[in-house]
Design a protein around this ligand. Structure first.
Ligand code: UDP
Ligand code: MG
Length: 321
C-alpha cells in the first residue's frame, strides 16, 4: 500500500491541533487506500504543543513528532519534515487549518489520474488580511518574479502534495538560507495549481508580524536572484558615464566663459548623492555576503531534542551530524 506523509510545522499551536487532528482523522478514513504518517514538527513551542502531540501519538500510532530544541522557524521545520518523511507522497500543511485537509482527496486524485508530479495550492484572494499586508505582499511577488528565474506564484501557500522524486530533490537542496516558495519553483516538475478562498485560522495567533514578513521578503529576493548585484554594477557604470559628461561640460564652459568660482552647493549635492549610492551598493553586497557567511559556517538547520521516531530512523541531513 502506498503511503502519504503529512508534514505539519507547529509553533504554539496547542489550541489549533485538536481541530486539525479531528479533521485529519476524517480525511485518513476516507482515503483508506493509503497508509498515512502524520509528521508533526514542534518548532520550539512555548506552550503545551509538545504535550498535545505526545498525547496524540499515544492515541494513534500514525502520529510522529520531531521536537526542536528551540524555535528554528517554519522553513527549518519543513526541511526537517522533508528529510524524515517516508511516504511515497508528501504534503506540507499548516497546523491552523488554513490549508483545508479535505483538499488532500482532490490532490492525490490529480496526481494519480492526471499525471502531475505535484499539486500546489494558492489563494484566490487575500480576504481577511489587513489591506496594507496584501499590498506589500503583491508588490513583493511582482518584484521577485521580475528578478528571479524561479517562478514564484502570488498567493501560493506552502500546502502542496508531492511525489517522492520531488521530495528527494528538495532534500538535496540543503542550503541554510531556505525560501521554500522559491525552492519549489526552482526544482521544476509538473505542478497543477488549485485555488481556494482564504480561510482564517481556527484558533491561536499568527506567528508573523510585519517586520518578520519584510525580512522574509528580502531573504526571498536575495536567495533567488542576483539582480540586486547587477543593479549595483549598473548604477556604478551609469554614474561614471554621467561624471564623464559633466567633466566635459565643465571643461568646455571654462574654455568659453572663464572660471567664476561658483557651484559649491551642487558639488555638495553630488558628493552626498554618490556616497549614498555607494553605501546602498555596499549594503547589497553585504546582504549576499552575510548569506554566504551563514552558508559557509555549515551549521545544522535544526536540532531535534525529542522525538518518537527511532534513533536509527532519523535522517541526520540538516541536523547535527
Ligand atoms: N510556524 C512554525 N514556526 C514558526 C512560525 C510558524 O512552525 O516559527 C508554523 C505555524 O505553527 C503554522 C505555520 O507555520 O502551522 C504557519 O504559521 P502562521 O499560521 O502563523 O502563518 P500565517 O498563516 O499567518 O501566514
Ligand atoms: Mg496560518
Amino acid at each position: 500500500m502506498e503511503m502519504i506523509s503529512l508534514i505539519i510545522p507547529c509553533y504554539n499551536e496547542e489550541e489549533a491541533l485538536p481541530y486539525l487532528f479531528a479533521a485529519l482523522k476524517d480525511v485518513m478514513s476516507e482515503l483508506s487506500d493509503y497508509k498515512f504518517e502524520l509528521l508533526f514538527v514542534n518548532d520550539g513551542s512555548k506552550d503545551k504543543t509538545l504535550d498535545v502531540l505526545k498525547n496524540m501519538a499515544k492515541e494513534d500510532e500514525r502520529v510522529f513528532y520531531l521536537s526542536f530544541s528551540r524555535n528554528f522557524g517554519k522553513e527549518a521545520a519543513m526541511y526537517a519534515g522533508f528529510c524524515n518523511a517516508k511516504g511515497d507522497y508528501v504534503a506540507v500543511m499548516d497546523a491552523d487549518m488554513q490549508d483545508p485537509p479535505s483538499l488532500l482527496k482532490d490532490m492525490i486524485k490529480i496526481i494519480k489520474e492526471e499525471g502531475y508530479d505535484s499539486v500546489a495550492t494558492r489563494r484566490f484572494n487575500r480576504k481577511g488580511e489587513p489591506p496594507i499586508r496584501s499590498f506589500f505582499a503583491r508588490t513583493f511577488y511582482k518584484i521577485i518574479n521580475k528578478l528571479s528565474d524561479a517562478e514564484i506564484v502570488d498567493g501560493a501557500r506552502d500546502f502542496r502534495l508531492m511525489k517522492r522524486e520531488m521530495v528527494d530533490a528538495i532534500v538535496a537542496m540543503s542550503e541554510y538560507n531556505r525560501f521554500s516558495k522559491g525552492i519549489f519553483g526552482w526544482i521544476g516538475f509538473k505542478t497543477k495549481w488549485l485555488a481556494y478562498e482564504n480561510v482564517e485560522r481556527v484558533a491561536g495567533q499568527t506567528k508573523w508580524n510585519f517586520w518578520q514578513l519584510t525580512l522574509y521578503a528580502v531573504d526571498g529576493i536575495v536567495n533567488f536572484s542576483q539582480a540586486p548585484l547587477y543593479l549595483a554594477s549598473w548604477s556604478g557604470i551609469f554614474l561614471t558615464f554621467m561624471s564623464a559628461v559633466m567633466i566635459l561640460v565643465i571643461i568646455i564652459r571654462k574654455l568659453i566663459f572663464g572660471d567664476p568660482v561658483q557651484g559649491w552647493a551642487s558639488t555638495a549635492c553630488i558628493i552626498i548623492f554618490v556616497s549614498g549610492v555607494q553605501l546602498f551598493c555596499i549594503g547589497i553586497m553585504g546582504q549576499y555576503m552575510s548569506k554566504m557567511y551563514l552558508e559557509v559556517k555549515n551549521r545544522p538547520q535544526y536540532i531535534i531534542a525529542d522525538t518518537n521516531r527511532k534513533k536509527e530512523d532519523l535522517n541526520k541531513l540538516g541536523s547535527i551530524k
